[in-house]
Design a protein around this ligand. Structure first.
Ligand code: G1P
Length: 295
């Protein structure tokens, strides 16, 4: 892998209105909602950093100011913690600090779809491959999902999307892959389609919100073609790369994915991440056992 192909930039589409979490999202961006004690966006950032990402592009919209504040330094708070000798909390806070200038914020002025959101970042991408992380998809894994993908991508190049099997009746919520060859975790994609109905889906292999993409995908988005739901779809722009004889791989990641874009998924993630915390585990497990007989 040459330096030129190293993946160092990630786009975080965070412009969505979060209507499924109203009324909370009237004033709190969905990405700031907390899983145990960390905002959703922090999990996405941690995963990106683990994969070697150093440049972070947030595609935001009106009302997302709390996200920018969250990534500011908090010198007064840090000073107060230092004074009180709360070194553990201070360390935890410092670990979330970002280098000055590492995050760029771009506004998506119109809600035209995920493809359009990613396209809004085009001027900051240049001719390098880049990652896209959808913070709604929280993935708990021994080796963070994007890191798994970056390692696989170093062998394959092309484009890569995280993939996972979903229940056949759920295909209409996802980008769905049609694959021709499988080599372990790596799937060679023949075509892909956004949100097909159960009867029309070529498989039940769904795209999950982690991508490593070639700049050609941004070029494809220049055409502003409308797809499923009348939106400009990222899936369609990746599929166009296939038509132009560029490769797309699905990567079956190790780990458990939570759909934190849904209330049920968010609650499940809250339980799972709570149980994974040594300081919460016993209390939470006892409570769950007490309310669910036979657990
Ligand atoms: C987006 C993508 C879809 C992908 C999904 C993963 O859909 O358009 O291809 O499968 O994320 O979570 P959304 O959930 O934004 O409707």
């Amino acid at each position: 892998m040459t330096m030129k192909n190293k993946v160092t930039t990630a786009i975080f589409p965070v412009a969505g209105m979060g209507t499924r979490f109203l009324p909370a999202t009237k004033s709190v961006p969905k990405e700031i909602m907390t899983l145990v004690d960390r905002p959703l966006i922090q999990y996405a950032i941690d995963e990106a950093r683990a994969a070697g990402i150093t440049e972070f592009i947030f595609v935001t919209s009106r009302g997302k100011g709390a996200l920018e504040d969250y990534f500011d330094l908090a010198p007064n708070l840090e000073e107060e913690l230092r004074r009180k000798g709360k070194t553990d909390i201070l360390k935890m806070l410092e670990d979330t600090n970002m280098d000055s200038g590492a995050i760029a914020y771009i506004r998506q002025h119109k809600a035209l779809g995920l493809g359009h959101a990613v396209w809004c970042a085009r001027r900051l991408i240049g001719d390098q491959p880049f990652a896209v992380i959808l913070p709604d998809d929280v993935i708990s894994a021994d080796k963070p999902c994007l890191q798994q993908m970056v390692e696989a991508y170093e062998e394959t190049g092309g484009n890569m999307v995280a993939a996972m099997e979903v229940a056949p009746e759920r295909t209409s919520s996802y980008g769905i892959l049609d694959v021709e060859n499988t080599d372990g975790n790596l799937l060679e994609v023949r075509s892909m389609v956004e949100k097909p109905s159960a009867g029309e889906a070529p498989s039940n292999l769904a795209v999950i919100g982690r991508y490593i993409l070639a700049p050609s995908v941004l070029k494809n988005l220049d055409q502003m073609k409308r797809g499923a739901g009348g939106e400009i779809q990222l899936t369609d722009a990746i599929a166009e790369d296939l038509e132009q004889n560029r490769k797309v791989y699905g990567y079956r990641f190790q780990g458990q994915r939570f759909d934190c874009g849904s209330k049920s998924g968010f609650l499940q993630a809250t339980v799972a991440y709570g149980l994974a915390r040594p300081e919460l585990r016993d209390d939470l497990a006892d409570y769950l056992k007490s309310i669910v007989p036979g657990l």
